[in-house]
Write a new protein. Structure first.
Length: 202
């Protein structure tokens, strides 16, 4: 009888071990399935944060324009010291963190440590003439603000994207870092994610 009890105990232990291995296998499979979903969810959260940053920057540009005779902030303003659009908007920002995209490489500006170089102004000639956000642009020149890009994700270290009269896609200096697309803010302050673009919104 004692021998039978010992055999029964071994069988029960072996069965429990098999169950444990099966459970571990199921957990491993579920984890491998859920990991990409979780990673995508986190990336979606970072994209939402980026869109929020761009909206706040576009609103800051709007506030700047309203206080400066309806002129949009230029990308580059010569003088002493030289200033870029980020410096011009600092007064209108609650936090400088909005200048940094959570998916960027977090490069700080060499001449102002408060500023990250993660977004760039659109410097294409957008009306077919010489209008370009590299220079101050009057509000009336932007005929369709809701379809004219003001700012976009830039490669880390650049404070402008595009350039010139000739449109090219992929757009020079744009960083396609959100699911192979990029985020952009328009002159009417709304923001959106784009993948492929044509000349029109630039």
């Amino acid at each position: 009888m004692p021998a039978c009890v010992r055999d029964s105990g071994r069988t029960a232990s072996a069965f429990t071990l098999v169950e444990l291995l099966v459970v571990m296998g199921v957990i491993s499979v579920l984890a491998s399935m859920l990991l990409p979903v979780m990673q995508r969810a986190r990336a979606s959260g970072r994209q939402s944060n980026c869109l929020s940053n761009l909206r706040q920057l576009a609103i800051a540009a709007q506030n700047y324009r309203e206080e400066n005779g309806d002129w949009y902030p230029p990308t580059y303003l010569s003088g002493t010291p030289v200033r870029r659009w980020m410096s011009l908007l600092k007064t209108y920002l609650k936090t400088y963190e909005v200048l940094d995209c959570p998916e960027s490489k977090h490069v700080k500006c060499p001449y102002d440590e408060d500023i990250y170089l993660a977004y760039g102004t659109n410097v294409f000639n957008f009306d077919g003439n010489q209008a370009c956000f590299w220079y101050p642009v009057k509000e009336t020149v932007v005929v369709v603000p809701s379809k004219t890009i003001l700012l976009a994700d830039s490669v880390s270290g650049s404070y402008y994207v595009g350039g010139g009269k000739t449109f090219r896609d992929p757009v020079p200096s744009v960083d396609y870092r959100h699911f192979a697309g990029f985020c952009a803010a328009y002159c009417d302050t709304h923001a959106d994610r784009l993948v492929r673009t044509e000349k029109y919104p630039w």
